[in-house]
Design a binder for this molecule. Structure first.
Ligand code: GTP
Ligand code: MG
Length: 201
């Protein structure tokens, strides 16, 4: 799928105030600093569309970006940033959970995991929670440019094997780098296919 236009639409902390209408939306979630906002800029080919930062905890709101006037990309706050106060972590958790569970337009959640790290409990628990709640999701490995070819393939393979200890089957998996653009066509084609099947309903 080609991205013709990508426009910031609205930011807020309340899923009920997100854009009205029934355009499908695709949200990006994961630990603080995993690379959600960078991936959105890479996918849309639009540096600076989503705000990025080298310090965790940059994105604190639900951010909608309208793509090709047909669907939305949604940038979500990261979870699990330990430096934050308990109170503000709880608030972010509530924003994320309400959005994920209640937002009817949310078509697929992309869960980002850092390809350099061993499977982290916080991500595994989050995916477990998605499964229990029947939320459709895919896994996106980020920052693969930081690993060599062999190490990258090994890390992803080990992660999948770990998941298969508890999951019967794996969700779709994407290997990405916001630095070199790998994974872009695969994710956009995946979204394009879902949009196509929704429009045929
Ligand atoms: P929060 O909004 O704070 O939750 O973070 P985020 O998940 O949106 O991460 P963000 O996109 O702001 O990126 C965090 C840091 O990781 C920045 O310094 C990025 O430049 C870097 N980064 C993100 N993606 C990649 C990647 O694919 N490769 C490399 N080398 N660095 C990346
Ligand atoms: Mg961000």
């Amino acid at each position: 799928m080609k991205i013709k236009t990508a426009k910031f639409a609205i930011s807020n902390s309340d899923y009920t105030k997100c854009p009205q209408g029934n355009l499908p939306e695709y949200a990006f979630i994961g630990r603080s600093n995993v690379g959600k906002s960078s991936l959105i800029n890479m996918l849309t080919n639009h540096k600076g569309l989503a705000k990025t930062s080298s310090t965790p905890g940059k994105t604190l709101l639900i951010n909608h970006f309208l793509i090709n006037d047909e669907w939305y990309i949604v940038d979500l706050p990261g979870y699990g940033y330990a430096q934050r106060s308990k109170d503000s972590r709880e608030k972010l958790k509530k924003i994320i959970e309400d959005y994920v569970l209640e937002r009817e337009q949310m078509t697929n959640l992309f869960v980002l995991v850092d390809s350099r790290l061993k499977p982290q409990a916080i991500d595994l628990e989050f995916m477990e929670w998605l499964g229990e709640n029947g939320v459709p999701f895919s896994i996106v490995f980020t920052k693969l440019d930081k690993l060599g070819k062999v190490a990258g393939a090994q890390a992803v393979g080990a992660y999948k094997r770990h998941l298969l200890q508890t999951w019967e089957e794996l969700p779709p998996v994407f290997l990405t780098s916001s630095e070199d653009g790998r994974g872009r066509d695969e994710i956009l084609d995946y979204i394009g296919q879902i949009n196509q099947s929704l429009s045929e309903k």
